[in-house]
Design a protein. Structure first.
Length: 163
């Protein structure tokens, strides 16, 4: 019983650190016994590359297909996740990596290559697809924590200012 509870806690912690919501069903391509839940890394965060402003992020997100509230939320999430750094990288304690402007996790989204993750246009397209065209941001920790809300005023202004 204790061993089962320990495994459950490890799986929940792994899912949380990977940017997933505990209790959520992992994508079909993720096996329940994936080795990531047994790995432990030192958490490392790097803000590198060009730094995009809210206005630049809004144009990028709009070009990727985001509209309306989805556009505003896309800008706010990117600012909260990466501070607009194109090569932002977070190595999580479970050894997964969040990459680029929208911090696309390599474990939960292996379909997004390294090259795509660090390319602003491709990262925006991936965020558009993963967020269900801007309608669902539950996979982003800054959405779940509410941290994106701090960036909403800048995001709203950028999204509603003609490019």
């Amino acid at each position: 019983m204790i061993q089962a509870l320990s495994r459950l806690a490890a799986v929940a912690a792994s899912a949380l650190l990977a940017g997933s919501v505990p209790g959520a069903v992992p994508p079909a391509h993720v096996q329940a016994s994936a080795p990531v839940e047994h790995q432990k890394c030192k958490s490392v965060s790097r803000s590198e590359g060009d730094q995009y402003s809210a206005a630049q992020l809004a144009k990028l997100a709009k070009d990727a297909g985001f509209t309306g509230d989805g556009l505003v939320n896309a800008v706010a999430v990117a600012l909260a996740e990466s501070s607009g750094f194109t090569h932002a990288l977070l190595v999580n304690e479970n050894c997964t990596r969040d990459r680029g402007l929208w911090q696309i996790n390599d474990y939960w989204h292996p379909e997004v290559t390294e090259q795509q993750a660090f390319d602003p246009v491709e990262n925006a397209k991936a965020a558009f697809d993963i967020s269900s065209q801007g309608a669902n941001w539950d996979q982003w920790s800054t959405w779940e924590s509410g941290a994106y809300k701090d960036y909403l005023p800048d995001a709203e202004q950028a999204a509603h200012t003609p490019a």
